[in-house]
Design a protein around this ligand. Structure first.
Ligand code: HSE
Length: 422
């Protein structure tokens, strides 16, 4: 019989417990120790050795693989130590990979170990390994997705139940989707880390997470939802990365996270609740979309345990296992500033109901070379003001900003929301 694969588990929260439960069906894999913040906390699962010092695991010669599901960047030194001690790493930690992945991947390559991270992006959806293997023949031009389940749940509820962002956030917290401090999800940080990790492997370039443009969902109102629906769109938090073959004479990447009006004709518009989706566009495959559970105990454990089993299947080969999983690129991408991106825009404007207001908006659009796709006012509001909706054709972000600044010079015109359109 093969030697058992020995695991050191860092983190015994929801995902860690899921990993233990799934691994209990695998006699050939043993979790020899787990590192947790509080060893006295009551848990549904038990591990032979519990410690509050994760370095014990990283330095334990009996352990083959460190499985890290604790999250955050404070585990960086522990994982570094584990890699220097020739341990393979399985992690679900998108924040760590987005911020410090370069150093860890270089170190792993030098030490002939692998870092697998299927669970770091879109939880239970297999996306990392398919990009590195089955889709390897492709030159990708774009990746876009719904990578955060909490925000997708909130936006779905706002749309379907016509209730406010605050009420939906509360529901998401009661159901355990959103955390007590929801900033990481609702302000788009979680999706930003995930698109950084995805872009890295889709475009074979290192990504500077600090250069990714990020906007959360806290400014979206149920009125925006209703209006978007009337115009044939759903509002989603979209994480995207696009290749620009020729940006000022060089190739560049446009990477960002922000809400978008997504046409109901697009499959992404129909991805509801906590479900995630990733759409890839490239040659020769054209367009493919992966949909599934983006978080949760068992979906995430599915990806973590899949990675552990991949290592188990190859570890007897010694050095250079899973060669397709090794990160071989180290050139940083040329990431463009959001000002240079091209988008269609939805604007919700409030103005006094006076002659010439729509004319002023139209003239400002003309001045900045912005073609209108639609401009609409439906009567007047109870307080006598007018809500005017504008949807533009594609234009430069820089120009829409100048146009907004120019119309707001009139104190009776205010752009209450500006949302990009897909
Ligand atoms: N909090 C994330 C989400 C899951 O809501 O999708 C973990 O990344």
């Amino acid at each position: 019989m093969d030697k058992k694969l020995k695991i050191g588990l860092i983190g015994l929260g929801t995902v860690g417990q899921g990993v233990l439960k799934v691994l209990s069906k695998h006699d050939d894999i043993e979790v020899v120790a787990a590192a947790v913040k509080n060893i006295n906390k009551k848990r549904d699962v038990s591990v032979k050795n519990l410690t509050s010092d994760a370095f014990e695991l990283a330095n334990d010669p009996d352990i083959d693989v460190i499985v890290e599901v604790a999250g955050g960047t404070s585990v960086f030194d522990v994982l570094k130590t584990a890699i220097l001690n020739k341990k393979h790493v399985v992690t679900a930690n998108k924040e760590l990979l987005a911020k410090c992945g370069s150093e860890l991947f270089d170190l792993a390559r030098k030490n002939k170990v692998v870092i697998l991270y299927e669970a770091a992006v879109a939880g239970g959806i297999p996306i990392i390994f398919p990009i590195k293997s089955s889709l390897k023949a492709n030159e990708f031009t774009a990746v876009a997705g719904i990578l955060n389940g909490t925000t997708n749940y909130i936006l779905t509820k706002m749309d379907e139940d016509n209730i406010s962002y605050e009420e939906c956030l509360l529901k998401a917290q009661q159901l355990g989707y959103a955390e007590t401090d929801p900033t990481g999800d609702v302000e788009g940080f979680d999706a930003m880390y995930k698109i950084a990790v995805l872009s890295n492997i889709v475009f074979n370039k290192r990504i500077d997470v600090n250069k990714i443009y990020r906007e959360g969902i806290t400014n979206i109102t149920s009125l925006d939802m209703k209006l978007a629906d009337e115009f044939g769109y759903k509002i989603k938090l979209i994480a995207l990365a696009k290749l620009m073959q020729d940006f000022q004479g060089k190739s560049a990447l446009d990477i960002r996270v922000h809400p978008m009006l997504v046409s109901k004709k697009r499959a992404l518009s129909d991805v509801k609740n906590a479900t995630n989706a990733v759409m890839l566009k490239g040659f020769p495959v054209d367009e493919v979309m992966f949909v599934g559970p983006g978080a949760g105990e068992f979906p995430t454990a599915s990806s973590v345990v899949g990675d552990i089993l991949a290592i188990k299947a190859e570890i007897h080969r010694g050095d250079d296992i899973l060669p397709m999983s090794v990160c071989h690129h180290n050139e940083f991408a040329n990431q463009i500033d959001v000002e240079h991106t091209v988008n269609c825009y939805y604007l919700r404007i409030i103005a006094s109901n006076t002659p010439g207001t729509i004319g002023k908006i139209g003239l400002a659009c003309g001045k900045y070379n912005i073609n209108l796709s639609c401009i609409l006012q439906k009567g007047v509001n109870d307080d006598g003001s007018a809500t005017i909706i504008v949807i533009t054709e594609e234009c430069l972000e820089k120009d829409i900003n100048l146009m907004i600044k120019s119309i707001e010079e009139d104190s009776k015109i205010k752009v209450l929301n500006r949302i990009r359109v897909m």
